[in-house]
Design a protein around this ligand. Structure first.
Ligand code: SF4
Length: 169
């Protein structure tokens, strides 16, 4: 039986969820409940709709003029097998993989989201980490809502065992 995941929706061509033009999957379910969250309708893990992961992969493969994919939400790392499948398919197509999460890189390394999420991390290029903090709302931090959130180079961070910032340009 094919793998399913629960999503709030997709955007085929986004220019606001990372550099270039990106295919975005908004995952359903988020345990962080940040005050001021822009997408509270994605919090309920039973909300949204169930979709075969393979259908999302096919949609992504069929979408032209992409630079990358972005996994957003909700928190994608609640569904690590879908994250891994989508990330691997994107890399096969030569696309970069960004992922937003409410956990910090350090918390993920300590197993806060479980072993499968930690494994999924190894398939991501850039992690935008940490909860949205209303008091740290910032328009100056591109692709992030608040200044505590970081753009993390995941391969370099996993290799060195500490968060290494991504140079996006
Ligand atoms: S982690 Fe993101 S989706 Fe989840 S509550 Fe915080 S801002 Fe909203």
């Amino acid at each position: 039986m094919s793998e399913h995941c629960r999503i709030a929706g997709t955007v085929r061509h986004s220019s606001v969820d990372g550099p270039g033009v990106r295919f975005v999957v908004f995952f359903q379910g988020c345990p962080h409940h940040c005050p001021g969250c822009q997408n509270p309708e994605t919090w309920d893990p039973e909300g949204g709709g169930e979709t075969p992961v393979e259908d999302l992969v096919e949609q992504m493969r069929a979408t032209r003029y992409l630079d990358g994919i972005t996994l957003s939400g909700g928190d994608p790392l609640l569904q690590p097998r879908a994250v891994t499948a989508l990330a691997d398919a994107a890399h096969e197509k030569g696309l970069s993989v960004w992922c937003y999460t409410g956990w910090t890189f350090e918390a993920l390394m300590q197993g806060a989201a479980g072993e499968a999420a930690l494994q999924a991390l190894g398939h991501i290029d850039v992690l935008v980490d940490g909860p949205f903090v209303q008091d740290l709302l910032s328009r100056d931090h591109i692709f992030r809502g608040s200044s505590n959130q970081r753009l993390i180079d995941v391969p370099a961070s996993l290799a060195s065992g500490q968060a290494v910032m991504a140079s996006v340009w």
